[in-house]
Design a protein around this ligand. Sequence first.
Ligand code: ASP
Length: 444
Amino acid sequence: MKKLALHWNILIGMAIGVVLGLAAIFGGFGDFVQDWIKPFGTIFINLLKLIAVPLILVSLIDGISNLTDLSKLSRIGGKTIGFYIFSTVLAIAIGLILVNLVEPGSFLPEETREELRLKYASEANLKMVSASSVEENGPLKVLVDIVPDNIFGAFTSNVNMLQVIFFAFLFGIAMVMTPQTKVLPVKQFFDGANSVILKIVDLVMRTAPLGVMALLAGLIVDIAGDDPASAIDLFQALGVYSITVLVGLAIMIFVFYPLVLTAFTPIKYRAFFQGIFPAQMLAFSTSSSAATLPVTMERVEKHLGVSEEITSFVLPLGATINMDGTSIHQAVSAVFIAQAFGHDLTMTDQLVIVLTATLASIGAAAVPSAGLIMLVIVLGAIGVDPEGLALIVAVDRPIDMCRTIVNVTGDATVATLVASTEGELKWLDPDQIDQEETESRGPR
Ligand code: ASP
């Protein structure tokens, strides 16, 4: 029998997870899922996080040191960052247009709002504590934070991804500038280490269907708690807001990225979608672009045919600074909360949202709920009570799962675009990939 492709196995794992989670709520065995199923999801996420720092470090150094001249690096860097900023601002604009048209805030009944605010006030307060420390920092804090004062300090936390990227950059550029005879052994080391780490990614991904099943079952039990009815009420009350965000995300995935790919690359969007699908599913299940990064890199390089050089430069950078899904979410949520609190927004307020949401999405860590925390900055800038976060906390996780898909797809689109403009895109036929995979694994 032909083995099912990984993404089908992941989808099946997700479906089983949802059914199991719902059965657990209604069948009253939520504790069993928490104790015996969810930990496998946690182990799976830990495995992914475990390889995040070594992967970024090794692949980026390897990628940059392969560049023979620095002018090429700055050209690729310019294109990448330019397009990242363009797509972020566009995403915010789409979010603003949608939320102003739909006005989800006006759909919210007064009692529900009050109830939600009370119910989630404490959870929102917690998020606000971490966010207020973000707010107190000066405007250049983002820059200062990029430069680590101790590289081992940077390696010890997945939150310091930009610092690791900075160090890898410095190391890679210094390698390019050092005489090749001296650098050769270092280069061979990073070449080999890169292959080993990609192999680890492959091994971890074979456990993805199980991991994803456990994650989703655990998540559903978490959201519903002991009271399934309350969970359903919350979802209904915030339905219009959620749909507005989802429509924005769908526009990015189904309109904007296909347009970019069609206009600038030879890849058909369907083939692109097939190639990147496992990464999208993982983004959905983990809500973290950082946790998904190893798989995004593997898929973009091995399945879309983007050169290693471009993959290892564009994707780690994108995972940290390019979050189109988060941008849409910032815009829609800020205006929704303002509407719900009866706060009229002027044109200037909307422009302030564009600016602050851009910074917030760049500054947001590639981990679950990061976007929610950064929203306090946007709310503060337009003079809306950050208490409003309480309104959307309940639905944030499912939306986070979806916006993370967009974040990851945006990065992959830019990697493909940059590779195409650099003549470094070797498009692969999906059938050819399956065959190559079977051959490289050998007979079973
Ligand atoms: N979870 C998102 C990510 O990792 C960030 C966010 O919260 O918007 O890409």
